[in-house]
Design a protein around this ligand. Structure first.
Ligand code: GLA
Length: 382
């Protein structure tokens, strides 16, 4: 994204001294709703993000201008002085979470904008948190390590935005590296970079452009189901700290103690753990057919067991299957947003044309198409 407009807006509002920072949205190849269950995720940062010009203002207040909302928010750094605007709470939350950890960022002025589509499941909010976490850490020499920066973003979601999310999005946004996906073990936080350049294939996102209401409360409810199933298993198997530590037979032992709904949620999570491992092994051999097969497996599980898909996403998945696309599934939290598709280059044009036509005929608008470019995460630009 060109940062010219951000800079000239900063100039007109606050003067000509500033630094520019950015952080990215993310994709996730596989490993969905596994992060808060101590499982594996396989994300990468993308070439769409949030960009911010920032400068300390010598006060204990923050003046933030959002180019996308064409709106200013001014707020303090205490709970009593929180912003009213939902978008500003992400910035406020980052500041508060830093303070809670004993760090002392000071007041600043900022102008920011983004090109991560909102509500599309590409984590625009993590990009926003990571941009500011990284920028404040740098500007005030706070010395916060990268994992803690990611946790600051995650706690912002928990405590200021009402989503009890896992660590995947903020991790990807902070640690992202051009041309690489990252396999993260969310129980130990060990991770590995995987070069990702599937020869002969394209990775494309199809955005339903729908975001269903109550997505965050439904998300939190899924998390509760998992924690409940895990607690029952732990009562019998003390070594199980996260649901991802459990096996299907352990889950079956507690089947009668938990609701069918909780059982189905847990079944999905345990299955998803194996799918991520299968994909990693297949990638090392260049076996994209297996990668694609597991992606379809994830879609089925998210739709029928975890129940976070929707009509529009299921339809895009059906179209992909009919066209012979190698792999396709709902990406991110669900309840709308995108499918991620692994498509042979020779099939790409036909798939996109068919998806647009059929989706439009049924829902009255075309899906948006985003080609994925794996890029760097949080950084200072100038
Ligand atoms: C959202 C959350 C993540 C993760 C995904 C599902 O993006 O923010 O922590 O749980 O959903 O994998």
């Amino acid at each position: 994204m060109d940062t010219k407009e951000i800079k000239s807006k900063f100039n007109s509002l606050f003067g000509n001294e500033f630094r520019v920072y950015t952080s990215s949205g993310r994709i996730n190849l596989i490993g969905e709703h596994t992060d808060y269950n101590g499982g594996f995720v396989f994300p990468g940062a993308i070439d769409k993000g949030i960009y911010a010009a920032i400068n300390p203002n010598g006060t204990d207040r923050i003046r933030a201008y959002s180019m996308d909302y064409a709106a200013m928010s001014e707020f303090g750094m205490t709970e009593a002085d929180a912003p009213k605007e939902a978008w500003a709470r992400y910035i406020f939350g980052v500041v508060r979470e830093m303070q809670k950890r004993g760090f002392e960022p000071k007041g600043f002025d900022t102008v920011f904008a983004g090109d991560v589509p909102l509500g599309a499941g590409m984590s625009s909010s993590a990009a926003l948190e990571s941009t500011f976490a990284n920028a404040l850490n740098d500007i005030y020499n706070l010395g916060i390590d990268k994992f803690e920066l990611a946790r600051i973003g995650q706690s912002t979601e928990h405590n200021y935005c009402g989503v009890k999310c896992g660590i995947m999005d903020q991790f990807a946004s902070i640690f992202g590296k051009e041309g690489h996906l990252m396999r993260l073990n969310c129980a130990t936080m060990e991770f590995e970079y995987f070069p990702f350049n599937p020869k002969g294939y394209k990775v494309v996102l199809l955005d339903t452009v729908v975001k269903h209401e109550l997505a965050s409360s439904a998300y939190n409810k899924r998390r509760e189901s998992c924690e409940n199933a895990c607690a029952h298993i732990k009562a019998k198997h003390q070594k199980v700290n996260y649901l991802s530590d459990a096996t299907m037979s352990m889950l079956d032992e507690v089947k009668d103690e938990i609701s069918n709904e909780d059982y189905m949620r847990a079944k999905y999570v345990i299955g998803e753990k194996q799918r991520v491992l299968d994909v990693c092994a297949a990638l090392e051999k260049g076996d994209y057919e297996t990668v694609g097969d597991r992606m379809y497996g994830t879609h089925y599980g998210m739709s029928k067991e975890y129940e976070v898909s929707c009509e529009e996403l299921d339809y895009l998945n059906d179209i992909a299957k009919e066209c012979g696309v190698t792999g396709s599934r709902v990406m991110g939290g669900g309840f709308g947003g995108c499918t991620i598709n692994l498509v042979k280059e020779g099939l790409y044009d036909k798939f996109i044309a068919t998806a647009k036509e059929k989706f439009n005929a049924r829902f009255g608008h075309e899906p948006k198409v985003y080609n994925v470019v794996i890029s760097d995460g949080a950084r200072r630009l100038e």
